[in-house]
Design a protein around this ligand. Sequence first.
Ligand code: MN
Length: 194
Amino acid sequence: MGKFELITLPYAADALQPVISPETIAFHHGKHLQAYVNNLNNMIAGTKFEGMTLVDIVKQSDGGVFNNAGQILNHNLYFEALQAPQDDNQPTGKIATAIAEQFGSFADFKQQFQQQGASLFGSGWVWLSENTDGRLVISQEANAQNPVTKGLVPLLTFDVWEHAYYVDYRNRRPDYLSAMWSIVNWNVVNQRMK
Ligand code: MN
């Protein structure tokens, strides 16, 4: 009966090559994310969480329900903001303006974002979010955490759990982070801004 379903990726499994291989997509989307979906559906059956949105579950739960709901929300935000590699892929529109105003340049923003991703200890996520004043915030979130629990609007995330990069980059997390910029879909990031 499962309320939540595995998202369909808005691109083919081989579309993100060479940044992310089809093998990584097969495991990351097809196995890891599917398991979080199955786990959450099993855990919330017959509970107060049945019928809630993912964001509301993340804001109101803890323990296993939080971990699985958080990981579904995180992965949906991750996978849905990617696209096939683009030459000289740059932010556009509102997000380009906001990055330039707050970070000085896209290069400076990338450096800070990658530094936060590379220095996160263990498993987690590096995020770009928008606060209630419309300011951009870069944050590290451990394990299944998501910036919505801090009142932020998540705009972009790079997954730094090892399963996100180990097949393609082995232990070279910084190389994965720097390669990701060519597959960010900035139109999706703009749509997430308030
Ligand atoms: Mn992941």
